[in-house]
Design a binder for this molecule. Structure first.
Ligand code: ADP
Ligand code: GLC
Length: 494
């Protein structure tokens, strides 16, 4: 093994403490996999109010009390609490930066009822970024690498290269920044900039500014030593397409030699039908008949009738523009003419929720919807569905298609980003694991669903092969974690 490194992992979401999407899964499982490779890794995240002190046994760290953090013209204080996550062998220390006025709220970024972003998200994450560095200093634990994730951590590389550049504590620290989604940038009005305390001269296009705004993601892309994103295809797409690069493709193309696509893995200790505690009956590729019992339990939960030959199409998703559900709504009438049932678990955009609610009334006996976040139901949908729908407009990586394959639930996906990298169409020489369509168009999606239904109902042997091929795939983290460690190694060599 190479020399063990000290790695600090910074994220605004970490399972099981706080989650809005795949970021949380990755920021929990990747550190575990890196630890397993023999490195010392610790995590820092905000302490949101809903993170239960009792459940997670959070405790104060006495010497990390009332750490002064300059934000705007005031001095705020961080109190640091600690807990841990575990993998099979190890504990990984998690530090929570607590400040009641910034994080003592019910949502991560939004008011959950009104679904409006908090107005002071700029200050909240300035506080977090600066707080991570101040906490490290007081902790006296010197990382070799600070691995940042998404815009909420985007100022950390900039602070290190400016305000902290002569600080001996951070002298040899390198930064890695992982893009989980280019569309969320943390772009604030220019007036926010002074709250950060960054030197005035950094507010330029060769610095933290993009299109006149103070942009946290852009800041990270400019200042971090290395940039990664969560699939190879998405790494290409965000450089090549102005739309997928969300206005920053020029900068990305400029930094292309420092940009790496590393596919996410999945956590088989959580997502494996052979050991899943949440499902009705456990199974593996040799006991596929037990999957049918999960299908029975699933349709019963949604008050639908069970019919072996009627495929259940599942979907679990944030309901936002990215995920392509407008295509589903566009072709729903046509799709429901087929002999299928649809179950959807989602939360997000109020408009989309309303449209699915209306559709559910129309197709009531063959369609079920649940709005909200429900971890347990998500597992049952993976286990009980025959097919899984992910028609994303873009998808940096996507985790559910990989979960689906593990559960023998055949994915129907749009060929974009990580969906394209992980799913092989049935037409690929006996190696297929799903159904893909290319053009972002509801008719193309419909054709893919028609192909899937036909195969399911008329070619059972081909269908079983698809299921087995998917279940045999190895999407574990080990391989990708090694790629990250090699990247750290390269960085630290220079
Ligand atoms: P994204 O991060 O863009 O939302 P991913 O596919 O990477 O997409 O990850 C989504 C994660 O969030 C998965 O673990 C998925 O199971 C979970 N998820 C999404 N919506 C829900 C929901 N309504 N209830 C429970 N889990 C959900
Ligand atoms: C983002 C992306 C998703 C990815 C996840 C974890 O939320 O939308 O595609 O899987 O981050 O990297």
């Amino acid at each position: 093994m190479s020399k063990p490194y000290n790695i600090l992992f910074a994220s605004s979401e970490v399972e099981p403490f706080a989650k809005t999407g795949g970021l949380a899964d990755v920021c929990s499982t990747l550190p575990k996999a890196i630890k397993e490779l023999g490195h010392e890794i610790r995590i820092m995240m905000p302490r949101y109010r809903f993170i239960s002190e009792r459940k997670f046994r959070l405790h104060d760290i006495i010497r990390l009390k009332e750490i002064p953090i300059p934000v705007n013209t005031a001095e705020k204080t961080a109190n640091v609490k600690s807990s841990f996550i575990t993998n099979l062998k190890d504990k990984i220390q998690v530090y929570f930066l607590d400040n009641e006025s910034y994080f003592g709220r019910e949502g991560l970024y939004q008011n959950p009822k009104a679904k409006e972003d908090y107005k002071d998200n700029d200050e909240r994450f300035i506080f977090f970024c600066r707080g991570v560095l101040e906490t490290l200093k007081r902790l006296g634990w010197q990382p070799d690498i600070i691995h940042c994730n998404d815009w909420q951590t985007g100022l950390i590389p900039a602070y290190l290269k400016t305000l902290y550049k002569d600080d001996p504590f951070f002298k040899d620290v390198k930064t890695v920044f992982t893009i989980h989604n280019m569309a969320y940038q943390g772009a604030f009005p220019a007036e926010s900039f002074h709250k950060s305390g960054l030197p005035q001269e950094t507010f330029t296009p060769d610095g933290v500014e993009a299109y006149g705004k103070f942009n946290f993601l852009k800041t990270a892309l400019y200042y971090s030593d290395v940039i990664t994103t969560v699939s190879e295809k998405y790494a290409e797409e965000i450089c090549a397409s102005e739309e997928l690069g969300s206005g920053l493709s020029g900068l990305l193309a400029h930094r292309k030699k420092d940009l790496y696509g590393i596919l996410n893995g999945i956590d088989y200790t959580v997502w494996d039908p052979a050991s899943d505690q949440h499902i009705y009956r456990k199974y593996d590729s040799k006991s596929l008949e037990a999957k049918a019992d999960n299908k029975r339990a699933l349709v019963a939960k949604f008050n639908l009738a069970y019919n072996e030959s009627t495929p259940v199409i599942g979907a679990i998703s944030r309901l936002v523009d990215q995920k392509g559900f407008e295509l589903v709504l566009d072709m729903l009438d046509e799709m429901m003419k087929l002999d299928v049932q649809l179950v959807l678990l989602g939360s997000g955009d109020k408009n989309l929720e309303k449209k699915f609610e209306t559709a559910q009334k129309k197709f009531g006996d063959r369609m079920g919807v649940v709005f909200g976040l429900d971890e347990e139901l998500a597992h049952l949908i993976e286990a009980g569905s025959d097919m899984f729908l992910m028609p994303s407009k873009y998808e940096p990586c996507g985790l559910n298609q990989m979960y689906s394959m593990r559960y023998g639930t055949v994915p129907i996906v749009r060929a974009t980003g990580g969906l394209d990298d992980t799913v092989e169409d049935i037409s690929t020489n006996g190696k297929g694991t799903g159904f893909k369509f290319v053009k972002y168009d509801s008719k193309e999606l419909l054709k893919a669903v028609q192909r899937a239904v036909k195969t399911f109902q008329q070619q059972p042997e081909d269908w079983k092969k698809l299921m087995r091929n998917g279940m045999m795939k190895d999407f574990s983290w080990e391989h990708s974690a090694k790629k990250y460690v090699n990247l750290y190694k390269e960085l630290l060599r220079h």
